[in-house]
Design a protein. Sequence first.
Length: 374
Amino acid sequence: MRINSFGEKPLSSLEMSMTIASMLIGVGILTLPRAVATYTRSFDGWMSILLAGCVALLAGVLVSKVAIRAGNKTFLDYSVTLVGKPVTYIIAALQFSYFLGFCSYETRAIANISKQYLFDRTPVEYISLAFILVVVYGVSGSRSGLLRLNVLFLPSVLLMVITVVCFGYRWFEFTNLQPFFITPPIGIMQGMREVIYSLLGFEIILYYIVFMERPEKATTSVLSGITVSVVIYLVIYQLVVGIFSNIGAMNIVYPTIELAKEIQFPGNFFERFESLFFVIWIMTVFNTAAMGFDLANECMSFLFKKLSKRYRLLIIAPVSYLVCMAPGDMAEFSTLGTMISYMAMLSGILLPISLLMFGGKKKKEEKVNDKSSA
């Protein structure tokens, strides 16, 4: 075999866009219609989705600027040049906690869903353990190869969404979308908050930009990935409300899955479409969880430089498993998701944007000092 295999080649901007989209299209799309319908009325949740998408696009531009400014350095090494090692260690610890929690949340979510729809007699603990082990196996290999799995799986996900949309409109009732504009502004804002939680994850560009063939295209990749995710969220939400109504979507735990169960092909030549839907979506969640696990390992490598990758993975895996099994019921699981979302906003968005502002200020001060010395 050649030393530089195909998996180690730099990623194009399109491939990075697909990676961003895969990170955003995870478990969130399965529950998003219910979360939005809880705070909005009729079909007014479309405003929450679009507003949240605009906020995510703005944050994505700023975060990608930080990644571009870092150049060939990793995000944490760039942080060291700005604020020093002590502060960067704190940032690395926060981001490690976030990415570890993110992986644990995705694992527990797919375990809960699999138990409810596929393995009703298998304990959640065993499903979570099996999934964690597969994630560890995936992360143990090439990081560039792990990213290319998104390029392999995302077309299947998009094809699945198109299939659900095309065959789902047979039961679509336009009257379920009426009346329009009856949700108060506070409801729109609460729904917008839930959508923002589902759009978090684009901050992976801070670490994966080093794999890009043209890093200057990072902003375009982030914007494209977020846009694709917002469009998919909007289409799925419209279809769920049009079929089940707002009240129905509000009372179904996983409305997107129930939507897939309603799909029937002409002639009934393919039954149990939701089984195929699960297979495709589990691959997507695997990509999402694996990238979170990989970035947790990356942050840990900065904190403990002497530990080899094998030992880091052996430490992270049981901790991730314990975190994912910590919630005892759905209420505690929802609380865990909210905590992880807050950590994402702090460590993945606010801190990098603060570094961007600090770096710009520092650059201006250096120019002023150079002019004064001249």
